[in-house]
Ligand binder design. Sequence first.
Ligand SMILES: [Zn+2]
Length: 302
Amino acid sequence: MRTSVIKGLIRVWRNKSRFCLILVLALCLIFPQQMTGAAFSGKESKVKMEDVFKFRTDLIKEALLKAGFTSHYLKKNETLYRLSQKYYVSVAALKRVNQIANPHLIPVGEKLYIPPVEYQAGRLKRYQVKPGDSLKGLLSSYSLELWQFKRINPDPTKHSLKKGTLLYLPKKEINRSPRSTLSINLVRPVGGRITSRFGRRWGRMHYGIDLAASLGTPIRAAASGKVAFTGWNGGYGWFIKLDHGTYKTNYGHLSKIVVANGSYVQQGDLIGLVGATGRAYGSHLHFELEISGNKVDPLLFI
Ligand SMILES: [Zn+2]
């Protein structure tokens, strides 16, 4: 009788302590900075993380997903190294979390758990948003995909890129800041007021700037180059593309084109007239800058 009561108490105590351990560790995963600072040093918390994983219950898996773990089904020819590069975690963490003894023997299609980003691994740096930075620009400069950016910067308030916001970005910049490696000096193709800037607008990206000007206002070549395209271009209406060698400029919604395809123009030359052709609300010039296939905010270079 007495012993069964004690056994029962021990069971309750065990369950409770296991629950408490799970709760504390889940909190550590959710608030790593606050909790690890308070409860453990960084190294110890990693060991606890793998302890949690040994339970392997659905509850834990759910908690892990909520705590920033991701699942990934291994594809053919994928290695732990490739995953570690893609997800900004170490191979060691992948092996530990998934209890992998031999990384060469993971079957294709295996569900792997990917731990949260390891910020201390040396592949990421702190970056302060500068005026003119755009999400698209940073993604292309650092060869990041949007989901990777969101993974290393999970705080959604950091996705609007306000000047001064602190972000994490890869240390390795793929295309060094275009301004420092390319000499791009653009002149404004028309003098009008900027009515829409580069960036997200009405839920979609606006890949250029809009310069309001009355119908028939002359449009000047933003830089010297070769006329690469003239003609109708869907939503852009009557459209001109100039090729400047290392970059291109695009002009949309024109009412008239006055240059011939294949000809050469000097910076400031008249190339066409402002209009409202294509998908345009009122007469304006839609002006774009393209650097190696990526649209970049032209105001950075004007
Ligand atoms: Zn536009």
